[in-house]
Write a protein that binds this ligand. Structure first.
Ligand SMILES: O=c1ccn([C@@H]2O[C@H](COP(=O)(O)OP(=O)(O)O[C@H]3O[C@H](CO)[C@@H](O)[C@H](O)[C@H]3O)[C@@H](O)[C@H]2O)c(=O)[nH]1
Ligand SMILES: [Mn+2]
Length: 730
């Protein structure tokens, strides 16, 4: 290539240096796994009692599942790549494509409207031609409070946007900006006051549960609020579409046009399924098609605000590249979070899911869609790159140009029509068009189906996080969220689109395995639960079930354990994690194993025939002051009784007692050699369960383990022990 005429690159791709080492280790480790399975099979065949047969069978099952999950995880290590984008190399006279931004919210009490507004403002203030930006808010909560909040945001935005532009502010989410910057500049003070007073009004309205007369400033607003008539409920109401800012009409205080800001609450009726977030996004896809039909779409959760106004430029580095553009379906940014405590006790960072795995998939077809922080080409929602699926009406087609103003009568009428709850009946929406239905993790499932259709995706992971979101701060919220994901993932794993069959055929075996890693995520619960109880109960009875320290098989166990843990730790720390955060991460993996994965699996299996559908329990983003304080200090928050805490607490109790019993036994002459592995496992679990013991006995704050949960757990632990002892004595 001629250096002088070569254009500077828009983006580069560098294979990770760890690739060769990863592959070598994978080969060795595979042999080790097969040897272990071989040894289990041998002891299964040689077992002479029912007891030893059952134990061998359980170990064979656990280790086979662990081996399977391990093999799926290797797919991410075969060809990890790191990308870099160079927005500064974009052509100076670029014709910027329009962008439609979707912000989803579903519950004004769990997702405070003032936070949703902050997210919207942060993207309205992108460094991007404002006439090309449209922000659509989907309100599945159908709440007048949210609409009110956005009316206020529209007014405040007229000050905020020019302020950000003039001061070249990078943090364009007002709340984050005022939280992190303290200046004495009078202009900043003034706008801060304005923000505070808006926030106060919105919070007042939420507290009172309705918009009082004093807050309504004009006839147009009153008209909008009048749509909330007597029978208007969250589950049953007509469509509300309100254009709050019109980029052809409304200007900010500096005289520049504002971006579009459009509030949409799709029609709901108790008799029509609404498909949760996927349904909301499809309604927005259609409404936006009628009103603006931008070729690029950004989807955001209501808590994921923009942390970098240059993000759309980064995205254009890929969408603008003629070499990849025809097949490029979406560009995913990692989910990053603000407000994590130092050691990230709940491992909410999900470093593996959000960063390591996408980097691994990017070397093949590309990362999965993570629900938020993702820029799509609108075209992906209408069939594969070379097989267009025509929507029912021509106005919805991605090629259609909108030639009427957003507020034209005919445009509004059609927009209302496509937001109708019966609109999707007998159409391809949710199956071949738009976001896909059928799983509670609509993001994972939709991305998966798109890649199966032949689209490619890109993982864009800049140094400065492009978006920042909230994390749940109580253990119960964390585990409930995780349980929802577990159910949703299993819905994909055991469907006709399972990644191990359909996925592997459509995208090749490696991508199939990548997707299988997540789809089968909850089955970690089986080996974790078995290893969390079986060796300990045997230990309590003085029965040895692992090889002696002097036997060769012992070294195999040692290698498998240390190998997996060291590799995991290295992966984590190489991805800019600290050792203590890694410790939290592996601890949460164990905790999830006996709680959310297990309950998700049970819930999925027990409802399998598919009559009752599983609900989408929205994660709370409200922070109680005391809980927030405890979270910041790194204390686990139990607080409420939850059935999920029971197996966790029971495991903690059994492991502690088993360890103590083992130690006493060894002093009294038990054979340490034969019991060492069991004692080691108990000791390891005890170390991990420290916060559980604290919560049960040492703490007195409101976040401690409720006495009821402790009692139930003691009973369960005792019952398990009693049953096992009976069996052993038979
Ligand atoms: O009926 C619904 C339910 C939820 N949401 C919105 O979906 C988003 C995600 O909900 P949240 O409760 O925050 O779920 P999380 O588990 O935190 O979200 C992760 O997992 C979801 C799938 O389970 C993905 O949709 C999200 O993008 C991903 O961040 C929020 O903006 C909600 O307002 C709706 O619009 N309608
Ligand atoms: Mn969330």
């Amino acid at each position: 290539m001629d250096g002088a005429t070569a254009k500077p690159p828009l983006h580069t791709l560098r294979p990770s240096r760890a690739t060769a080492a990863n592959r070598l280790f994978a080969a060795v480790y595979t042999c080790a796994i097969f040897s272990l399975l071989y040894s289990h099979t041998l002891s299964l065949l040689r077992s002479d009692t029912l007891l030893s047969f059952s134990v061998s069978l359980l170990f064979l099952l656990s280790d086979a599942l662990l081996g399977f999950m391990w093999s799926t995880a290797q797919s991410f290590r075969l060809r990890p790549v790191h990308r870099q984008a160079f927005p500064e190399n974009l052509p100076p006279l670029l014709d910027f494509p329009a962008v439609d931004i979707f912000v989803c919210t579903a519950d004004p009490y769990k997702e405070p409207p003032v936070n949703v507004v902050n997210t919207a403002l942060s993207v309205m203030a992108y460094d991007y031609p404002t006439e090309k930006v449209s922000v659509y808010v989907s309100d599945d909560g159908g709440s007048v409070m949210t609409l009110y909040a956005f009316m206020e945001a529209a007014k405040f935005g007229k000050y905020w946007l020019p302020f950000c532009r003039r001061k070249k502010i990078v943090e364009r989410c007002p709340d984050a900006y005022f939280r992190n910057h303290h200046t004495k500049c009078s202009e900043t003070e003034e706008i801060k006051m304005m923000y505070k007073s808006m926030k106060g009004r919105v919070e007042n309205v939420v507290e009172r549960g309705k918009v009082e007369d004093e807050y309504i400033t004009c006839e147009k607003e009153r008209e909008a609020f009048n749509k909330w008539t007597e029978g208007f409920t969250r589950q049953d109401h007509p469509t509300v579409i309100q254009v709050l800012l019109d980029n052809g009409r409304d200007k900010d205080i500096a005289g520049q046009f504002m971006p579009n800001l459009i509030y949409v609450s799709r029609q709901k009726s108790k008799t029509s399924p609404h498909h949760f977030k996927a349904g909301a996004l499809n309604a927005l896809l259609r409404v936006s098609a009628i009103m603006t039909n931008a070729p690029i779409i950004l989807t955001l959760d209501c808590d994921m605000y923009s942390n970098d106004p240059q993000t759309p430029h980064r995205v254009l580095c890929y969408f603008h590249d003629p070499e990849i553009k025809s097949k490029l379906g979406y560009i995913q940014f990692p989910q990053r979070y603000h407000g994590l405590n130092k050691d990230d006790i709940y491992a909410s960072e999900y470093k593996r899911l959000c960063i390591c795995n996408p980097v691994g998939m990017d070397g093949f077809a590309g990362p999965s869609y993570m629900g938020t922080g993702c820029f799509f080409s609108r075209r992906v929602f209408f069939g594969g790159p070379s097989s267009f699926v025509t929507p029912e009406i021509p106005e919805l087609s991605p090629a259609h140009t909108v030639d009427k103003p957003t507020q034209a009568q005919s445009v509004l009428a059609l927009a209302h029509h496509v937001a109708d709850c019966k609109y999707e009946n007998e159409t391809n929406w949710g199956s071949k068009l738009g976001f896909r239905y059928g799983s509670l993790v609509e993001d994972y499932y939709t991305g998966y189906r798109l890649l199966c259709e032949g689209w490619k995706s890109v993982f864009c992971h800049p140094e400065r996080p492009a978006f920042l979101g909230d994390v749940p701060i109580t253990l119960n919220d964390v585990l409930s969220q995780n349980k929802r994901w577990s159910v949703g993932l299993l819905e994909v794993a055991f469907s006709k689109y399972s990644p191990v069959t359909f996925g592997a055929r459509a995208m090749g075996p490696v991508m199939g395995l990548c997707y299988a890693y997540l789809a089968f995520w909850p089955i970690w619960s089986i080996p974790i639960t078995i290893y969390g109880f079986l060796p300990q109960i045997a230990l309590l009875n003085g029965v040895s079930i692992f090889p002696k320290v002097s036997e060769t098989w012992f070294f195999l166990y040692a290698f498998l354990f240390i190998g997996a843990y060291v590799q995991d730790c290295l992966d984590f720390t190489f991805a800019q994690g600290t050792f203590r955060r890694w410790w939290s991460d592996q601890r949460m993996w164990l905790i999830r194993g006996v709680t959310s994965y297990l309950f998700g699996l049970i819930e999925f299996v027990s409802k399998c025939p598919g009559i009752a559908t599983h609900g989408f329990n929205v994660t709370s983003k409200v922070v109680d002051d005391e809980q927030g304080k405890r979270y910041d200090q790194g204390t686990f928050e139990f607080g409420v009784h939850s059935p999920m805490f029971v197996p966790l607490a029971a495991a903690a109790i059994i492991n502690l007692i088993a360890l103590i019993r083992g130690l006493i036994g060894v002093f009294r002459g038990w054979n340490l050699e034969g019991l060492f592995v069991q004692m080691f496992i108990s000791g390891f679990v005890v170390l991990n369960c420290w916060p559980v013991y604290e919560a049960m006995v040492l703490r007195s704050d409101k976040g401690r383990m409720p006495t009821k949960t402790t009692m139930v757990s003691i009973f369960v632990a005792w019952a398990l022990y009693a049953i096992a002892s009976l069996i052993l004595k038979m």
